[in-house]
Design a protein around this ligand. Structure first.
Ligand code: SF4
Length: 336
């Protein structure tokens, strides 16, 4: 008689919303549509979004990733070059113009909004305080909207307690879009205590997708034995989700890029797993992780929905004459 071992029961609490935001979706669509319209190669400056799987998928379609524009060979200057969703300093489009390149700017409209808010502060005579992480491409892009010295980066509450400014009565702040809502509130409080005349941006800089994904994780993490966030180590918003899960009561919280990174040998006695994905992580990888659990457990998926997202950012006019089919995006969305 064949005795099949019964799999142990497991509930996966699947956060909703999770994964791709409207800005990431748009940036990927821009590369896919440019490849359809102009053919390969399409150059992309910096990882279009912080996800290796997405980058490799686009490379397979004919995209070529570069870090700087001078890497484009002289005989390929007619090929389009796409700027990433994180935004670029003003010097980048200026450099592209000088080199006579044809560029498509995939900067998320919500990042462009932060750029405008920083420029507005400056136009009104305010020194800009940018709350964000040094070295992140979005921070480099936002700082690069203004001349050197016009923006001071504030990374932590300790920075907020110690930064020196020349005129405390003429300050304005903006933030990176993908920060921890809670940490940022603490930094802003510390700055406001020191500089009561500091002006906020006209609208919230942390974007809807960051806020919604953090809230969904916060609501679902209590009582979870293991919380997995699908995302890349260099994805700011994904790393924040891991921190939020820990703070909200998950016993253990991990960032994984693919199912093969799940440390099965250190996992035992699982009853409830929380699962979310950063804004740059494709749904096809969430499916892969659920399937990996199904191989080992008798899985019941419970949707933990906290918000419905309807945001959709259209691509630029130059690409609107090209049809985008579900098959074009299947490499990230799977068959949905
Ligand atoms: S995380 Fe927010 S700011 Fe960044 S691309 Fe997505 S919607 Fe835009």
């Amino acid at each position: 008689m064949n005795i099949v071992a019964k799999k142990p029961p497991l509930t996966i609490r699947l956060c909703q919303p999770r994964g791709f935001c409207a800005g990431v979706d748009r940036a990927i669509q821009i590369v896919v549509l440019a490849l359809k319209k102009y053919g390969a190669p399409v150059y992309v400056r910096h990882e279009i979004v912080h996800n290796r799987y997405v980058v490799e998928g686009l490379q397979n379609l004919g995209a070529v990733f570069i870090e700087e524009l001078h890497e484009i060979p002289a005989d390929h200057r007619h090929c389009p070059v796409v700027f990433s969703a994180h935004g670029v300093p003003k010097s980048v489009p200026a450099d592209a113009d000088q080199r006579n390149l044809f560029y498509l700017d995939a900067t998320c409209p919500l990042v462009s909004k932060v750029h405008k808010q920083a420029m507005r502060h400056s136009r009104l005579g305010r020194h800009v305080l940018l709350i964000g992480h040094a070295g992140h491409p979005e921070v480099i892009g936002t700082m690069g909207q203004l001349p050197p010295g016009a923006v001071t980066l504030v990374e932590t509450e300790a920075d907020a307690q110690t930064i020196e400014v020349s005129d405390p009565s003429a300050l304005g702040f903006v933030t990176q879009t993908t920060l921890s809502v809670e940490d940022t509130a603490g930094i802003i409080r510390a700055l406001e205590n020191r500089f009561p005349q500091m002006q906020a941006a006209a609208a919230e800089s942390i974007c809807y997708a960051t806020t919604n994904r953090q809230e969904a994780v916060k609501q679902s993490a209590a009582g979870v034995d293991l919380f997995l966030v699908v995302g890349a180590p260099n994805s700011s918003n994904s790393r924040r989700l891991v921190e939020v899960a820990e703070r909200a009561g998950a016993k253990r919280s991990l960032l994984v890029q693919r199912a093969l990174e799940i440390p099965w040998d250190t996992i035992d006695d699982l009853r409830v797993v929380g699962l979310s994905a950063g804004a740059s992580a494709p749904e096809i990888l969430v499916d892969e992780i659920v399937d990996a659990f199904r191989d080992r457990y008798d899985v019941r998926v419970e949707i933990a929905a906290t918000a419905e997202e309807t945001e959709n950012f259209p691509v630029m006019r130059a690409l609107r004459d090209v049809d985008l089919t579900p098959a074009d995006m299947a490499f990230v969305n799977g068959s949905r």
